[in-house]
Design a binder for this molecule. Structure first.
Ligand SMILES: [Zn+2]
Length: 141
């Protein structure tokens, strides 16, 4: 699994960086953290098994993902908020928030920069952001 933007489609990368700029302006105390850019078909299969044939909660609805393409057409994020560190009650640390409301602003912001937010889908995937299909996989910059 790869978390760096250099494995993202060049158009996705540019649009995601624009998204992050808008996000940081609007939510200075909440940070967009990339959790996944690219993953292999094998990693996708393991994720798909989770909550079905393997223990855990269902985390994906698809066996073949936009994350499996190289360059990747999707980015997963989580939102980090200021929290209390695990080792000390006085040090501040960034902790992931899983509150739905924290992710909701991603919808309009993704639309502004020309990306698709998974949180608007029937099977909500609020951590997932992807490139629209009208952007060609090859030859785009
Ligand atoms: Zn995803």
């Amino acid at each position: 699994m790869i978390r760096t933007l250099d494995h993202a489609h060049p158009v996705l990368r540019v649009r995601f960086e624009a998204l992050k700029g808008l996000w940081d302006q609007a939510h200075p105390t909440e940070h967009l953290q990339i959790t996944c850019v690219w993953r292999s078909r094998d990693e996708q299969a393991l994720l798909y098994a989770q909550g079905r044939t393997a223990p855990g909660d269902v985390v994906t609805w698809t066996r073949v993902s936009r994350h499996n393409l190289m360059p990747s057409r999707a980015i997963d994020v989580c939102i980090l908020v200021d929290g209390v560190g695990l080792c000390s009650t006085t040090s501040k640390a960034h902790v992931a928030s899983w509150e739905n409301a924290k992710y909701a602003p991603l919808g309009p912001l993704c639309e502004t920069v020309g990306l698709i937010w998974g949180g608007a889908w029937l099977h909500h995937d609020r951590c997932h952001i992807q490139l629209p299909d009208d952007v060609p996989q090859r030859g785009a910059a």
